[in-house]
Ligand binder design. Structure first.
Ligand code: ZN
Ligand code: MN
Length: 254
């Protein structure tokens, strides 16, 4: 069986896989969120799913259909909620989806579940959903869960070569060089290089205000420039990410 995608298997084949080789289940999590004029709304999920599929292929794991809606976009890392197209869920909704997933995959007999997050704002709500799901299952459960943000697997060496002029930090890397380069690698037909805005990195104050200040965020929605993106950089990052994520799963779960 060659596919890594769980939703392409029949239940009979899926059950056989679960019984025979106890594959890790990778569950990508994304968001529907503006990514500037040059990238699609689904970028976070498209990238977490692509990285998950590459990692899964290396270790015989399966990839479950992604959770496509993320927690509310924040001005300093995703531009904020005021953009048309950005479509987010309340924390309780995301926590509930994750808690349900933990319970359901445990019921299938899964012992290794990996949430592959592609949207910065999701992380603590994934953590909460995992915690509540494991609490529901109780101490007899053999399910182990990993949560990761895929960009954390980029090495200093790779970041230095992707950002020869210095790395602006992951929070400002929204619709910028990392995501644009990785989209050029995985989904080149969805990238509009001609529409990349040329703006300096945003300088946010060290606090937040509610209701959010829309004028803090450029009209384009891009927080630092995507100039300098390339498919070659995307390929190098994708290779490193999938290799290191696969190694981490093997290291923790065997
Ligand atoms: Zn993104
Ligand atoms: Mn995001």
């Amino acid at each position: 069986m060659s596919t890594v995608w769980m939703n392409q298997l029949s239940w009979v084949d899926y059950e056989a896989r679960m019984k025979q080789d106890q594959p890790a289940i990778l569950l990508p999590v994304g968001a529907l969120e503006q990514h500037g004029p040059h990238l699609p709304l689904g970028t976070d999920g498209l990238l977490s799913a692509a990285v998950a599929a590459d990692a899964a292929g290396r270790i015989g794991a399966l990839v479950a259909p992604m959770l496509s809606y993320g927690y509310k976009s924040q001005p300093k890392c995703g531009g904020g909620q005021h953009f048309c197209g950005t479509t987010s869920v309340d924390a309780a909704t995301l926590i509930g989806s994750v808690r349900d997933a933990v319970r359901e995959f445990a019921r299938h007999g899964a012992t290794k579940l990996v949430f592959v997050n592609g949207h910065y704002e999701n992380q603590w709500f994934l953590t909460e959903g995992i915690d509540l799901g494991l609490r529901d299952l109780g101490t007899r459960s053999t399910l182990q869960v990993m949560r990761l943000e895929y960009w954390d697997f980029l090495s200093e060496t790779t970041l230095a070569s992707v950002f020869p002029d210095g790395f602006p930090g992951f929070a400002l890397e929204h619709a910028a060089v990392i995501e644009t380069s990785m989209m050029l690698h995985y989904h080149p037909g969805l990238v509009r290089l001609d529409l990349i805005p040329d703006e300096p990195p945003v300088d946010f104050p060290p606090y937040d205000v509610y209701p959010t200040r829309k004028h803090w965020v450029p009209l384009s929605g891009v927080l630092s420039s995507a100039r300098g993106s390339s498919a070659e950089k995307g390929a190098a990052m994708a290779a490193e990410l999938s290799t290191r994520i696969a190694a981490a799963i093997t290291h923790e779960f065997g």
